[in-house]
Structure formats: C-alpha cells, structure tokens
Design a protein around this ligand. Sequence first.
Ligand SMILES: Cc1cc2nc3c(=O)[nH]c(=O)nc-3n(C[C@H](O)[C@H](O)[C@H](O)COP(=O)(O)OP(=O)(O)OC[C@H]3O[C@@H](n4cnc5c(N)ncnc54)[C@H](O)[C@@H]3O)c2cc1C
Length: 464
Amino acid sequence: MPSTHALVLGGGLAGMLAASVLAAHADRVTVVDRDRVTDDGHRKGPPQTRHTHVLMAGGSRALDELLPGFTADLIAAGAQHLGLPNRLLVFTQSGWLPRLDEMQFVIGCSRALLDRAVAQRVLAMDRINLVSAADVVGLLGDRARITGARVRDRDTGTEQDIDADFVVDATGRGSKADRWLTALGLPAVREDRVDSGMVYATCVYRAPASAQDGFPGVNIVSDPRSMRFGQGGVLLPIEDGQWIVSLAGTRGGEPDITPEGFLAFARGLRHPAIADLISVAEPLTRPFGFHGTVNRRRRYERLSPWPSGFVVLGDAACAVNPVYGHGMTVVTRQAVALRDNLTRHGLHGRAAKQLQRRFAAVTTDAWDMATGQDLRYPATIGPAPSRATHLQERYLDRLILAATGRATVTKAQLDAYTLSTPLRRLLSPRVVLAVLRGPGRPPLTDPPFTEAESRVLADVQIEQ
Ligand SMILES: Cc1cc2nc3c(=O)[nH]c(=O)nc-3n(C[C@H](O)[C@H](O)[C@H](O)COP(=O)(O)OP(=O)(O)OC[C@H]3O[C@@H](n4cnc5c(N)ncnc54)[C@H](O)[C@@H]3O)c2cc1C
C-alpha cells in the first residue's frame, strides 16, 4: 500500500483535534499554521484567544473522548471546574438561577492554557508534523478532488505545493476555502449571516485573596425583551487565582475599552454584581476589544459537486457569536464526528460530502441559539423573524422564567445551554408541562452568594 498523507490547514483547536483523529488513519499528518508555534505548544494565537473562553460540559466530555483524561489534566494545570448552577451564578433575563446542586458544568481557564494543553498532547503523537509560520494560499486539485495545498513561508516568501490524500480546512473565521474552491471551478457556496454588531471588551484581574478557592463565576445575560440592544458580561475564575472578565454589547450598546469606561459599562449592566467584584480586584491588563462576532455559516454541505478528499471544519465552516460560548464545543464535537466517520469509511472513503453534512448538523443547535437570540435586537442585520420564531421566543421566555424556580426546567435549560443534550429536548412533554406550571416562586433578584462570599466584598472594602 502507498503511504498516505493527511494535510490540516490551520493549527487552532479544530486543526489540532482533526490532526489527532487523522493520525489513526494516515501514515503522516501535516498541520500548517501561520502562527509561530513552538514544540511545547506556545504561540501567540489568533486575536480571540485573549478573551474569555468558557468550555461547556458538552465540549469537555467530547475532548475527553478524543484525548482521554484531558479535562483532569487541565484542572491539574489550574483550570476551574464551575458547576452549574452552583459555581457559575447566572442572572437570566428573568432573575438569578437558584444555587442548586451541580446539574452541569463549564471549565474556566485561559484560552492559552487550553490551546497549549491540546497542542502538547497532539504534537507529541507520532506521525504528526507541524509546519509553523506558513500561510496557506490555495488548494490544489480540481472540481472532483482536492489533492493538497499551496503554502507560503512567512520568513522567506517561498511557496511550495504540499500533496495530500485528504485535506482539512480549519483556518477559522478568516478561512478563504470558499474562494479557493471557486478558483478550482466549483460553484459559489451559499453563506448565511446574522450580525448583531456585538463588540467585546476583556480585562484580566487578580482575584482578592479571600475570593480564591471555589469562589463562583458570575454571568449577567442581556434581556432582549426590554432592551434595544444586548449588553451582558461574564466573570470567570481561571488558573493562577485570576478572573477574566468580558463585557459585550450589540450595535448601539458597545462597551468602552478605557479602564473607567469598562467599569462604568459593568456598572450599567442589569445587575452590578460584576462591577462590585472587579472594583475590589487588581487589574492585571488594560481592557482590550474585539469586533467581528458575526454569526456566519457557509453551506458547504449543500455545494454540488463536492470534491472528494476535502472537508471544512470548525469556525472555517460555521462561526457563531462567541457570547453564547459554544464555538469550541462545536469544534470538538465535529472532531468526534470526523473520528466516527473515518473509523467507518477510512481515509479513502467517498464520505467527504456526508461528513460535511454531519459537521453542519453538529452546528445547528449552537447556530439556532445564537441567531435566535441575536435577531431579537432591532439593530441586528439578518433575515426577518417568522411567526414561528416569535412563538419560539415566547416559549423560551416562559422556559427561562420557569428555570428560576423549577428544577426540572433549570436542568433542561442547562443541559441545552452546555450542549450536553439536543435543543429539541426543551420541547419534550415533561419539560413543556413543567414550563407551563411556571417557577412556583418569585425569582431571586440578588445573586445567591453564600455569606462567606458576600463577605469578600465587605472585607476587601474594609482593608482598602
Ligand atoms: C471574542 C471571542 C470569544 C470567544 N469565546 C468563546 C467561549 O467562551 N467559548 C467557546 O467555546 N468559544 C468561544 N469563542 C469561539 C472560539 O474561539 C472558536 O470557535 C474556536 O477558536 C474555533 O476554532 P478553529 O480552530 O476553528 O479556529 P481558530 O481558533 O481561529 O484557529 C484557526 C487557525 O488557523 C490559522 N490560520 C488562519 N488562516 C491561516 C492561513 N491562511 N494559513 C495558515 N494558518 C492559518 C490560525 O493561525 C489559527 O491557528 C470565542 C471567539 C471569540 C472571537
């Protein structure tokens, strides 16, 4: 048998996970990334990596499937396991979720820690070779089959063609795969866009000494029923006793990235909990911003013909508004789909199109949640909502209200939010019935901090 070669374009989360999967099916796997990545996984990273990255339970479980013991290793390196709703306190549009025993969880750590942990595991695998500081500039092949890619060295400017039996595009939001395919004579791919104009601002803090072990994170969600634009924030405990805080606002309600503006924006959110906490913490960075959060999906799964030996994975195919925290989980679950498909059909199977359809199916819930919410803000640019959408919104509003007091609904909502169960479960008869019964008690108007946690604010203010 001739030796087989798989080529992965982009060495972000999607690219690294794809490489780890492909290593079981190809004799050699090459990952090409424009960034300079060292053997121990250190790199500058794409611009978004400086912002808060919540890893949902659904993503953590999928990562453990692909890289056994990964989450435990991450926790050992300082990442925080934040149980929901007991260690991430959520101010929903209808009030705070009660502090019940853990139903789901998220992992809190810097994106740099997560990426390094993934890269170290993957690059240590035999057969995987990384070409860093190199730009992918096009695909090789024709309408029927992709046979490699053209790569330009960032230092010398020299270009070389890399041949491969299977090529994965994982170059993220800025992927040019659509243009590369049309250059080979394929039809244009349809693109869906929903743009809320959301802007991010992020700052990292040292948590006060009294707020270290087990101190909860706080998530303040915007309320599309009463606001012209969305404004929310999250304070996430991460490694090294730090808090990473991201504030976000849609078009017309964007956050400011001066230190004073950042605090003022936090104070103007629907609840001042994040502002109170950051005003007693030590800033370790200046606030920095991020634009370009449009929901954008390219419908590669509908393109006909589709060339064999090629798939588009991760943000390159579908990037959702990051404020809902689902991108990495989607990527991870797509990598599981890649593994399952290759196990069934092998590298030479005629399964690329089928795989592309599977990737699209994996993104559907995250896409529906993000665009459904974003389209509720009047300044969002996107298709007009239908009557069915309005009915769904009314149901979801009731569901969120019921989740503030009825545990069955809280659990169902957190299962869907962490991408642990399909969104359609929110319509199961058991959940619908519980939603119709309502919360059964008035929602909490203040965060359910324990006495010790509330003292953090008081103690720090006294010390100052
Ligand atoms: C502000 C912000 C906050 C976010 N917060 C969260 C969150 O809380 N939770 C969550 O799950 N997700 C979050 N996301 C989404 C998450 O960052 C992405 O979904 C995820 O990184 C996608 O991984 P990827 O590998 O597909 O793309 P990327 O991480 O963008 O990786 C693409 C890689 O390709 C390389 N590359 C690009 N072009 C080329 C080229 N031409 N040649 C060679 N290499 C190239 C890049 O250097 C990069 O390494 C957030 C995103 C943003 C923007």
